[in-house]
Design a protein around this ligand. Sequence first.
Ligand code: TYM
Length: 334
Amino acid sequence: MDNADKKIILSGIKPSGALTLGSYIGAIKNWVALSDEYECYYMLADLHAITVRQDPDTLRETTLQQIAQYVAAGLDPEKNVLFIQSHVPAHAELGWVLSCYTMFGELSRMTQFKDKSAKNADNINAGLFTYPSLMAADILIYQADLVPVGEDQKQHVEICRDIATRFNHIYGDTFKLPEPFIPKAGARVMSLQEPENKMSKSEQDNGGCICLLDKPEDIMKAFKRAVTDSDTSVRFDPETKPGVSNLIQIYSVCTGKPFAEIETEFDGKGYGAFKAAVGEAVVETLRPIREEATRLLDDRSYLEKIYTDGAALASYAANKTLRDVYQKVGFVKK
Ligand code: TYM
């Protein structure tokens, strides 16, 4: 199929830490699965990352590591546009325009803003608040049809649709309305230590989070220590058995086995055997990604070529929408 006939995808991840099993299962795995069928733009959302204070050298290094992991996870740079958000200034430019069409009340209702301001009480900055306007710009600037994300980003895709609808209503058809694409299993991978909370890169030290580049022995250790419950049956029931249900979900995604088959497989076997099996399935899923990412990280010029070519292609598409928007809001043509 010619690219012109394909529907468009945009998604991204903040390079604010190592990529986690949550972001792999919730997002990247689907990106890979969709990349033949769609014209895909996958970015490293570094502009978004600085809404929380980052160490500059670490951010630079994590960004490069993340590109290597995108490719190692199966995103072919010949088929997907892989780029760094700050290399395409049109995102920030459209982000500003859209912030003028986003309401204070709407932003105040964002769950992520409330969570992050509670966690970073000494740095509740304006960027953290207007984050959804920039994220809307990321999506709308490519006229994306689909946005593959985990459950926690659904609200941001919804506000993006509201902003687009408001703008289209004032200026006529300008933006396509995107749909979120949320996986059936794995939309919300939970912490291995506190299974009532989402697995997130901020809890790398307590064994609750698995990262794509973790060593097999560390992954096994984390799964063996994973919090379960005082029952003994391997049964999917997120309400009363959040830890076990999370492990079932992870095992299902890594092996392709349905939940019922997993329950039968571990019937009467106890949690020890189950946790070890989940750990092994994750180790085997991540092993090729870790090995390939490590190899790619030694080839910095190849990584540089990927993000340079990516930014050129992305800029071309993004500037087309930006020009239309500038014209519609009344800016004088350069
Ligand atoms: P970020 O960087 O927090 O997360 C990246 C992606 O991974 C998904 N995810 C999870 N899915 C399931 N279980 C988990 N535990 C888990 N943790 C993370 C997230 O849902 C997300 O899809 N605002 C975005 C980045 C962004 C973006 C965009 C995404 C910026 N602009 C435009 C889509 C479109 C973010 O903070 O994701």
